[in-house]
Design a protein around this ligand. Structure first.
Ligand code: BES
Ligand code: MN
Ligand code: ZN
Length: 496
């Protein structure tokens, strides 16, 4: 699989007006130009002020105005970027401003851009992060895209008085973005290219960064008794896989932390077949596994000082003469039996064996699983927040905080014994659906039965993995939501 690194490099430099490319000036709301913007305005004979006035550009947050071929400047164009009220800035303001510049200039015709960061309070490293994050585009299968639509921008420089410090702080952020881009690559690939074995090969590429990778096939999983996971994959011609990643960045005997991902490389629903319209979206039903893999790349890339296990359950859910049927009973690795009442509730079946395996083998401090588990979470939270479910207030608080500071937002939903009853079953130990009410919660209650009381969080990312429209930090397509969240969560709570 060919990699996409984003089309753009990010550099840092000192404050001076560049002679070519695009120049982006940050403008506070209702304030006159200052610093280099004022200098450029006077070189242009007041053209920038005039442009601002006649276009009603106030500097309100999110406003941009492009002025091309400015008299008196040798640069291609000027981009005015409104930053609003300096006092009103939040954690994600500067990231989104960096991203805005990339989005505005990517296909402008300019090959380079300089962002002039000469206003006190601007966070240069955040601008840099946003600028590169927004440069991702999954275009490898467009062979006939018109030249005029292709990106021209190859580099963005952020010019400030503390470029050395910012550059140093950015090194780790850049590695995390590599992880985000890997996740976006994985969720974007179609299911004929990305299936369990080819996904496992992608995981193997992390060995270059020092990650130790093991891959189990169906024979090995049968020996372990993973009847739930294997039942989902049994209708597919593609062999199911379990990939295990070890990043040993901590002390040798430190208890690891662990992340488990749902990797359904395509979810047709199986015999409980999904309706046709929109089914192509189920190529990203491996988003949990994609996020765990991108996270491992981020942590290894920046050499995080912590021991981390990543486990991804990789299967394809297909209808066939060999597919599992509604009414089948499977035995999970934990020994608990499950009556399959809907073959489309397959994610929990994959995860229950992967979670049990993870706690049994690695005795981790905690398990966080990620999954595009339920359509119901989209009904609850839309595409803004991922849902989190846990008995641990501490883990939820840590995640919420990391969510606010990265912009990968999460929202806690409840667990309760009364919801757990909804998956009780007369035929087996439990059934794999709980009925229409509280569909995301009953799915979480199902997973909880396989945690063996190890502290655990379930993150339902069905609403956040993919976007049908352009977002501040990503184009329409894979978002990479969760990688920066969990990287920050690890950095703030579990390193050193
Ligand atoms: N992969 C889907 C969940 C999903 C749906 C993700 C839409 C993203 C968008 C999952 O495997 C599924 O099919 N869940 C069912 C569960 C139901 C049968 C209990 C659902 O949500 O409808
Ligand atoms: Mn399904
Ligand atoms: Zn699914």
């Amino acid at each position: 699989m060919e990699k996409i690194e984003g089309f753009m490099q990010v550099n840092f430099g000192s404050l001076e007006l560049p002679n070519d490319g695009a120049i982006a000036f940050l403008v506070e709301k209702d304030k006159p130009f200052s610093g280099l913007a004022a200098e450029a305005d006077s070189l242009s004979g007041g053209m920038l002020s005039k442009a601002r006035e006649v276009s009603r550009f106030t500097g309100a947050s999110g406003q941009t105005k492009e002025i091309v071929a400015v008299t008196g400047l040798s640069a291609d164009r000027v981009l005015l970027v409104g930053i609003g009220d300096l006092e009103a800035t939040t954690d994600t303001t500067w990231i989104e401003i960096g991203a805005k510049v990339t989005a505005a200039l990517a296909s402008s015709g300019s090959k380079s851009a300089a962002i002039i960061a000469d206003i006190d309070g601007v966070v240069v490293v955040d601008i840099a992060e946003g600028a590169r994050l927004r440069s991702y585009r999954f275009d490898k299968y467009r062979t006939k895209e018109p030249e005029a639509k292709k990106p021209t921008l190859k580099a963005i420089s952020i010019l400030s008085n503390d470029s050395e410090q910012s550059q140093a702080a950015y090194v780790a952020r850049d590695k995390v973005i590599d992880g985000v881009f890997m996740t976006r690559d994985l969720v974007s690939e179609p299911a004929n290219i990305l299936y369990p074995a080819s996904f496992a090969e992608e995981v193997q590429t992390l060995t270059k960064l020092g990650v130790v990778v093991e891959v189990l096939g169906e024979a090995e999983m049968e020996k372990l008794g993973m009847g739930a996971l294997l039942g989902v994959g049994q209708g597919s011609a593609k062999e199911s896989q379990l990939a295990i990643m070890h990043w040993n960045g901590g002390n040798k005997d430190d208890q690891p932390i662990s992340f488990v991902g749902k990797g359904v490389t395509f979810d047709t629903g199986g015999i409980s077949l999904k309706p046709g319209p929109g089914m192509e979206q189920m190529k990203w039903d491996m988003g949990g596994a994609g996020t765990v893999t991108g996270l491992m790349k981020a942590l290894a890339g920046r050499k995080a000082k912590v021991n981390v296990i990543g486990v991804v359950g990789l299967v394809e859910n297909m209808p066939s003469s060999n597919a599992q049927r509604p009414g089948d009973v499977v035995t999970s690795m934990s020994g608990q039996t499950i009556e399959i009442l809907n073959t489309d509730a397959e994610g929990r079946l994959v995860l229950c064996d992967a979670i049990w395996y993870t706690q049994d083998r690695f005795k981790p401090k905690f398990i966080i699983d990620l999954a595009t588990l339920t359509g119901a979470i989209i009904t609850s939270l839309g595409h803004e927040h991922a849902g989190i479910f846990s008995d641990s207030d501490e883990l939820c608080d840590q995640l919420s905080k990391a969510g606010a500071s990265t912009g990968d937002k999460v929202w806690r939903l409840p667990l309760h014994a009364n919801y757990d009853k909804l998956i009780d079953c007369a035929v087996a130990d439990m059934k794999n659906i709980g009925g229409a009410p509280a569909g995301s919660i009953t799915a979480a209650q199902f997973l909880k039965r396989f945690t063996n009381d190890v502290p655990w969080v379930h993150i339902d990312i069905a609403g956040t993995v993919w976007s049908e429209k352009d977002l501040p930090l990503s184009e329409k397509g894979g978002t990479g939501h969760g990688v920066r969240l969990l990287d920050r969560f690890v950095a703030e709570n579990y390193e050193g």
